[in-house]
Design a protein around this ligand. Sequence first.
Ligand SMILES: [Zn+2]
Length: 340
Amino acid sequence: MALMPHAPVRKGILAALVALVITLPNAVFAAGPLGLPDAPPATDATRLTITWLGVATLLFDDGDTQFLIDGFFSRPSQDSLTSQDDAARIAPEIDQIERQIERLGLQRLAAITPVHSHFDHAMDLGVIAKRTNAAVLGSESTANIARGAGVAEERIQVLEGDAGTYNFGAFEIVLIRSAHAPLVDGGPPIPGSIERPLVPPAALTDWKEGGSYSVVVRHPAGSALVQGSAGFVPGALDAIEADVVLLGIGGLNLLGKEHTARYWAEIVEAVAPRCVVPIHWDNFWQPFGTIVLASQETLDAFAWFDAGKAGDAGPALLAPQFGVGMDLFGPRCGGGGTDS
Ligand SMILES: [Zn+2]
């Protein structure tokens, strides 16, 4: 998790949303809570779509092969945890997951990897993998989430070392060891590893971070970098290029301007994308499909990018729309692609 668990999420959301749209100076097409132009929706000509499903859950689909980053459809309510009660136990919501597998048509899902193993990224991935027969990639902690859901060992690939490359259909997936947003004493909240198969229901704190990754998705239609949590390893992405960055911004407000500037440099400037799509800014205690800003402060921190780092000289900033297949690789995303 990257957003503040103590946020008073239910109060004043409407007022905050109204304030945001009014106060953001560069909001030319202030359609959504970020005050950014919407990312272009896919057309029939789009070869590779990316669908944002809240927080950092992202579905890549080229028509033949699907690849999922994260897996978080259950979205337990904050009430169900009786506010930070570690004894409260949560579990994947099977009906909801099955509905979304059906609705999204995940029959061609080749693999799932989470950006790390916290519940708001990885809680449902085992159930999704078990039902779709997708492979699971990631840390030993991620593997133990999959094992706890009954995923067969031969469908699980544990990353050894700092990077790994995997191929599925026309996709090449590269996992690169990164860092979680350093929100607690310079490290992640809920640190450590999941040491045994995680069989829910379990405490929220049982979904330990287990190592964080940058995920590079390469495809003949274009390349994307997914940075789900607002941390970085200096220099780790210097040799990486990507057309698009899907950039987690949760927690930047707590980390401050200096961290935010370094984060932008280490992630966005390093890979020099044509466009940047912020993710992990929605309040993850809301039900799946309900997208509201986590807090006013989230947007304030995002404006640090908007004011100083993007714009004319930098990549286009575009807002994801929930559940809509986006075309982020064609000319409508500031690129020179000819396929859309
Ligand atoms: Zn996290």
